[in-house]
Design a protein around this ligand. Structure first.
Ligand code: FAD
Length: 411
């Protein structure tokens, strides 16, 4: 429910009601369906505000792995989401100008889809309405956490909104305030950051031929370029473009008029979708790998981009965060049933021990793919050609690749 004034004390305060914080709120409320568990979500930006102000529910689209669709199903949200997603039936990975491609199809893996594409704003609508309709979740929005300080039995948080300032106690703070988190800095949590010197240009595109639910990932001289299938509107064939560029290119391409940019896109992508007809509003995101050096402290756990921000090339960021979320929820559920303090270090450490390998493997896989496919050097191009062949021809490599794409690795 939406509230104006918070209580003095909560079991869990979630800082940030973006894709990860809001998903976590819905998941924990679903798992511990008890009035005895009090949950507050504090989100700085109102969902009704201008789309360009939104950090999470903005103009992007997200490729949800098959595994993530199951997670949303288990927390009771898939019924609402399934109507607004576009299925990915096939994934086609290729290297511009070189022989060798990977082609994965849902038929091979006996699943309805390899994954799904959802427009972030549609995910926002479902998550926000679920939080507002829940009697267990209190949502304070727009309001912002300005300070967090540790106490003997949890954390104290200072919350500022237009009308008031409040101090709240929490047994556990779930910090889900995104990759820029000033709170992390304030708490002295360091990050290891690697700038890729790359930028993602994001836009919706319309094209001549139906996408037939194929997700395309194409490696070009300017960097990886993905087109994810979107549901058609007014019979227009639509896709979500994610185009990795250098800083200079991102400036040039953003300034180009529609015709020039469509021509560049056509030249880089080829004719698989026929002629590109339109490109929507363009957004640019700087890309980096940024990992928090600490994810848990007594009374505190980091979730989502604040814990690990990955390059979007392999579409793993939210999918990894949802796997983290599911494990954390299950451990907190057990702690709640055993009357253990939710912010107890042993409880939070159990979560980290369980997710550490998945996090490291996913970050490494994404970083490796980024390095491999972002260079036109002869060595890497050869390796890439071999890699694409190997993935397509060797059954175990192919299965590993597909399982990672479907978010089923290690399950
Ligand atoms: C171009 C691009 C494409 C991507 N594509 C994919 C994909 O296909 N598949 C995939 O799995 N992942 C993808 N990702 C990654 C995915 O977007 C992120 O993993 C996800 O957005 C992380 O969500 P978050 O909630 O942790 O952080 P954010 O989205 O940054 O949300 C943080 C929230 O916290 C709020 N907030 C911040 N500070 C405060 C405060 N002090 N008080 C209160 N509220 C606060 C903000 O308003 C915001 O709503 C992509 C990323 C990019 C950049």
């Amino acid at each position: 429910m939406l509230i104006q004034q918070p209580q003095k004390k909560y079991d869990i305060v979630i800082v940030g009601g973006g894709m990860v914080g809001a998903s976590f709120a819905c998941a924990i409320a679903n798992a511990v369906n008890s009035k005895k568990l009090s949950i507050l979500v504090v989100e700085a930006i109102s969902p009704e505000s201008n789309l360009s102000d939104q950090l999470s529910f903005d103009a992007r689209s997200t490729a949800l792995s098959f595994g993530s669709s199951r997670i949303f199903d288990r927390i009771g949200l898939w019924e609402q989401l399934k109507d607004v997603v576009a299925a990915i039936s096939e994934i086609h990975v290729s290297d511009k100008g070189r022989f060798g491609a990977v082609h994965l199809s849902h038929d091979e893996y006996n699943v309805d889809a390899l994954g799904y594409v959802i427009e972030n704003k549609s995910l926002g609508v479902v998550l926000n309405s679920t939080m507002k309709n829940s009697s267990q979740i209190q949502l304070l929005c727009p309001a912002s956490i300005s300070n967090i300080s540790p106490q003997a039995d949890g954390m104290t948080l200072h919350i500022d909104s237009d009308s008031s300032s409040n101090t709240v106690q929490a047994s556990l703070v779930v910090l889900a305030d995104g990759g820029k988190s000033p709170i992390c800095g304030q708490l002295g949590i360091q990050r290891s950051v690697q700038q890729y010197e790359q930028y993602a240009l994001i836009a919706n595109v319309a094209f001549e031929k139906p996408h037939c639910n194929v997700a395309f990932e194409r490696f070009t001289d300017t960097g990886p370029l993905a087109i994810l299938p979107l549901n058609s509107i007014d019979q227009e064939n639509r896709g979500s473009l994610v185009w990795t560029l250098t800083e200079q290119q991102s400036i040039e391409f953003k300034a180009m008029n529609q015709e020039e940019l469509l021509e560049k896109l056509q030249e880089r992508f080829g004719n698989r979708l026929g002629k590109f007809q339109q490109i929507g509003e363009k957004f640019i995101y700087p890309l980096s790998l940024s990992l928090a050096k600490e994810q848990v402290r007594p009374g505190l756990v980091l979730l989502g981009n604040v814990a690990h921000t990955l390059h979007p090339v392999a579409g793993q960021g939210l999918n990894l965060a949802l796997r983290d979320m599911e494990v954390l929820v299950s451990i907190l559920q057990q702690a709640f049933l055993q009357n253990k303090p939710l912010g107890q270090m042993s409880v939070l450490q159990q979560y980290l021990d369980q997710q550490e390998t998945d996090q490291a493997q996913t970050a490494n896989f994404t970083h490796y793919i980024t390095q491999l496919f972002s260079s036109d050097s002869a060595g890497k191009a050869w390796f890439r050609k071999f890699g694409l062949f190997a993935v397509d021809l060797v059954p175990t490599i192919r299965r590993n690749f597909a399982e990672r794409a479907m978010g089923l690795s290690g399950k």
